[in-house]
Design a protein around this ligand. Structure first.
Ligand code: PEP
Ligand code: MG
Length: 940
């Protein structure tokens, strides 16, 4: 999720002071005044100043809205300024608002700084009343002609019917416009329930024996206006206002108020739009696309917003108003058809589109209306686009010389790149989801359901795609997770074990799908009244969190094939791959932060390197104690004498050494930070309950259970109420003699072996969970002796440093730096301990409520909490560097691959970020973007 959008710099000027300007004619604004005029208003002003045909109008500022919302009344001076601008508008149009002979009508439209589509209100046709409706009918080509229907006029668009306006459609049009005003005004301004108007409309159609609005004649609509006015009066206790200026003022107030409509509030929260911006209000002369076959309305894009391809994209609907397009009453035609219907307007439109794109130097989307052969531009903005289109368009604009590569880099995001890297389900697959959980690790996967790690490995070994389904996962499921295409759990949130490990692997995962009832012993789950057993096929979408029964077809990512080196970007005929390559190359040239990876196998290291990693920032060693090595760990824990312990460690040494050799070989020449063992040792022992049952059963059978009993006693002895705050990290190294020494020896020996074989190994030994310099000094003294002994003449250099993941370490970083050659921020633990949140428990338990209340806008485990945890990072970086200027600084928590966090780490001045292999390209891109945004650019 994006970080909170900023409100922009606070506006200069003294809102509230006498004479303060609250209303801008279009000619007075420009596109850079979005804070004040909203997006729509600023762009209408820009188009006006470009000389494009924008219906005249004016914009009431967001400041006026803010003042209204704060005090419940319009700020002083607003009414008079509106009167002045209205008079100017009337002069420009040569008509007066609501004039009985020839009325000017206006639309009153919302328009905030950030687009909030459909969330706020709009009132059209303001200025119509019992008298001006007659004038409008006459001007629109009326005459009695009460029998003409909308269909006659609509059909004319196909050349089949009579000219709507000339045949008396003017009257129908006027009454239809009036009834729309009463309906919209009633709903929006006076909160009359919308269905009351719908009922009246249905009754009118029933009385006529027709099913479509288009079959109602002018007389029918005149009667309908009467019915609507009754509905209005019943619900509001007053008659529909006949004074045009009163209509206008009430409509403006309603638009102000709609900023705080429930759906708008919700939308802002989701999109992280600040709540205090307020909306501007645009008052614009109405133009009509429903005046006959030579009128119409449409939308256009200057390039394809789905793919970025150049061409003409848009829809047109003849003889209609914008709301008809949205309502889907009639089918639109492709914009190209307009060339046949009205060549002149079409040519103008294409010319304006080209001009807008050159001017904005970006894809624009446009709304337009043609009124009797005259083209009017109603809106433009830099258009939304898919992730693929964002890259492709940025590349094209560089080719066209409209933007430079810095600007192209600025215009794409890591989140977009991440989207492009996951396989996805084909669009329009038409299958309904049976459950929805948390989209924990994006992507799309289909496969046979399995419930155990062993079965996952077995079936995958036979070449079957599998989905591992568990209530929740634990480190024992690792092999199954590696073997599976996707992971589905019924419990846990975005930082559950399943989610974190799956993200690390770049594997699709849906977690916490609690509609699913998983029964592992019986190898089945139930959902929505259906039972799914082992071997049945399911599909999971890790982006949306949706779960489907059966197979949904999946498409692989071409962008990943490119990163993997399977596609030559110079020769590819895929515009997306070429654009990604070009922008990534520029990001690499620009970035100051190095990007490393978190990897603990040779395979992960190799992949990360292909993805551009420049070393390993975190090699967790605990996975090296699992599987068939568990028994050795048990021997270590159960050792009663020094000799027994030394034997167990001696057996582990060669295994660890081999692991490290593989990693050093894969990362030849690049630094590799190996973290000494971190988790509490009892995590490597069987669970207490299981062990107790096993011992009881074995005793019952009269078997020899001495070993199991000893294990059970050890598990009981080592039980901790808060293991995350217990015997783990450096504390283990200090209380279990020889444990860290064995690891240090294995790392150094592996480095020497690899270096002697001709590669360059650059090990960095990292001590976890240090809170006091004395802890580090003790470990370091022992490690240095071993290193000196092993390194000998080999030339291998081994650095010793620490994680900064305990708040006390951050606050005493100056002292700790005396004993450390590098710091790596463990922002997972730093967040956990900084907030006092158990990361395994809180997301599922109450984060939803915190998000709802806005206590934070995004989980602090996902994106760095700049104010709190980030401050600890900043203090430690500054004090660490002050004590040791050549201190290397990195970050290896999950935040290392989060776009917003990467910008923060750039600002703090770290040397590198480290993240899971799959996120390495995202971090490279964002590290480049961080430089471009911190330097700013005149061209933006
Ligand atoms: C951290 O705490 O940020 C970290 C990288 O360590 P782990 O997640 O393994 O505790
Ligand atoms: Mg940690």
């Amino acid at each position: 999720m994006a970080a909170q959008r900023t409100a922009g710099h606070r506006l200069a000027g003294q809102a509230g002071q006498p004479g303060h300007k609250y209303v801008y004619a279009f000619a007075e604004g420009n596109k850079d005044l979005k804070d004040l005029l909203g997006g729509k208003g600023a762009n209408l002003a820009e188009m006006t100043n470009l000389g494009l045909p924008v219906p005249p109008g004016f914009t009431i500022t967001t400041e006026a809205c803010q003042a209204y919302l704060a005090t419940g009344r319009e700020p002083d001076g607003l009414a008079a300024q509106i009167a002045d601008h209205l008079a100017a508008l009337e002069r420009a149009m040569g008509r007066r608002l609501g004039d009985p002979q020839d009325p000017l009508l206006v639309s009153v439209r919302s328009g905030a700084k950030f687009s909030m589509p459909g969330m706020m209100e709009t009132v059209l046709n303001v200025g119509l009343n019992d008298r001006s409706v007659v004038g409008l009918a006459a001007q629109a080509g009326g005459g009695p002609g009460g029998a003409a229907t909308g269909r006659d006029a609509g059909g004319a668009a196909d050349g089949a019917g009579p000219d709507g306006a000339a045949s008396g459609g003017g009257e129908r049009f006027a009454w239809d416009s009036y009834r729309r005003l009463i309906q919209m005004f009633g709903k929006t301004v006076c909160e009359v329930p919308g269905e009351e108007f719908e009922h009246a409309l249905d009754a009118a159609k029933r009385a006529k024996g027709v099913t479509s609005d288009l079959d109602l004649t002018a007389d029918d609509l005149r009667e309908l206006v009467g019915a609507y006015k009754k509905v209005f009066a019943t619900h509001t206790g007053r008659d529909f206002p006949q004074d045009p200026r009163e209509q206008l003022d009430l409509a403006i107030r309603a638009v102000f108020g709609s900023w705080n409509a429930e759906r708008a509030v919700l939308y802002r929260r989701q999109e992280r739009i600040p709540a205090d911006l307020g909306t501007a209000v645009n008052v614009v002369a109405m133009v009509f696309g429903n005046l006959g076959p030579d009128s119409g309305t449409g939308v256009a894009f200057t390039r394809d917003p789905a793919t970025g391809n150049q061409g003409i994209y848009g829809d047109y609907l003849a003889n209609a108003q914008g709301e008809d397009v949205v309502a889907g009453i009639r089918n639109t035609v492709p914009l190209q058809e307009l060339a046949r219907i009205d060549r002149r307007s079409y040519d103008h439109l294409l010319d304006f589109m080209a001009r807008l794109e050159r001017h904005y130097r970006d894809l624009c989307d446009i709304e337009f209306t043609i009124e009797r052969g005259k083209l009017w531009m109603l809106q433009t903005r830099v258009g939304k686009r898919t992730a693929a289109a964002a890259f492709v368009i940025a590349g094209q604009l560089v080719d066209e010389g409209l933007i430079d590569l810095d600007e192209a880099l600025h215009r794409v995001t890591g989140a977009q790149l991440a989207q492009l890297m996951f396989p996805r389900f084909q669009l329009d697959h038409g299958i309904d989801a049976v459950a929805t959980g948390v989209g924990a690790s994006p992507g799309a996967a289909s496969g046979k359901v399995v419930f155990t790690s062993a079965r996952a490995v077995e079936l995958a070994g036979e070449g079957e795609p599998v989905i591992l389904v568990r209530r929740e996962t634990n480190p024992d499921d690792l092999n199954g997770m590696i073997a599976a295409r996707g992971i589905l759990t019924s419990r846990g949130g975005k930082t559950s074990h399943a989610a974190v490990v799956a993200r690390g692997m770049g594997k699709t995962c849906v977690s916490g799908a609690d509609e699913i009832d998983v029964n592992v012993p019986q190898r089945r789950f139930t959902v929505a009244g259906q039972t799914v057993t082992e071997g049945d096929v399911v599909s999971v979408d890790g982006t949306t969190g949706k779960v489907y029964l059966g197979e949904v077809p999946v498409m692989p990512s071409e962008v990943v094939r490119y990163f993997e080196g399977d596609v030559d970007p110079e020769r590819s005929d895929d515009a997306l791959v070429r654009a990604v390559h070009r922008i990534m190359t520029h990001a690499d040239a620009r970035r100051r932060l190095a990007v490393r990876t978190n990897a603990d196998t040779g395979a992960d290291a190799a992949r990360a390197r292909r993805f551009g990693a420049e070393g390993i920032g975190l090699c967790r060693t605990e996975h090296m104690f699992l599987g068939d090595r568990r028994e050795l760990v048990e021997r270590l824990i159960l050792a009663r004498t020094d000799t027994e312990r030394a034997d167990a460690l001696a057996a582990l040494l060669p295994l660890q050494r081999a692991d490290f050799e593989e990693i050093f070989r894969e990362m030849a020449g690049q630094p590799v930070t190996v973290r000494l063992i971190d988790p509490p040792l009892h995590e490597f022992l069987p669970p207490l309950e299981q062990l107790a049952v096993d011992v009881a059963v074995a005793q019952e059978r009269g078997e020899d259970v001495a070993r199991e009993e000893a294990l059970l006693a050890a598990v009981r002895r080592m039980h901790e109420e808060n293991p995350m705050l217990g015997l783990r990290g450096v504390r283990l190294g200090l209380v279990i003699p020889g444990l860290f020494a064995m690891q240090v020896r294995a790392i150094t020996e592996a480095a020497v072996t690899v270096t002697r074989a001709g590669s360059v190994a650059r090990p960095e030994i990292m001590v976890p969970l240090v809170g006091a310099v004395q802890e580090l000094e003790t470990v370091r003294a022992e490690a240095e002796k071993i290193i000196a002994e092993v390194v000998g003449e080999s030339g291998v250099e081994v650095l010793i440093g620490t994680m900064i993941e305990v708040p006390r370490a951050a606050l005493t970083a100056g002292q700790i730096a005396e004993a450390a050659q590098f710091f790596s921020f463990g922002t997972n633990d730093l967040t956990q301990m900084g907030w006092g949140f158990s990361r395994d428990d809180v997301e599922g338990a109450f984060f939803w409520r915190y998000l709802e209340l806005g206590i934070f806008g995004i989980s602090p485990f996902e994106s760095i909490d700049r104010d709190g945890v980030g401050r600890l990072v900043r203090i430690a970086a500054e004090e660490g560097r002050a004590a040791r200027p050549d201190l290397k600084l990195g970050i290896c928590g999950e935040h290392g691959g989060d776009p917003d966090s990467v910008h923060f780490f750039h600002d703090v001045g770290l040397d590198y970020v480290s993240c899971s292999p799959f996120r390495v390209p995202v971090a490279r891109l964002e590290a480049g973007r961080a430089v471009v945004s911190s330097e700013g650019s005149d061209s933006r």
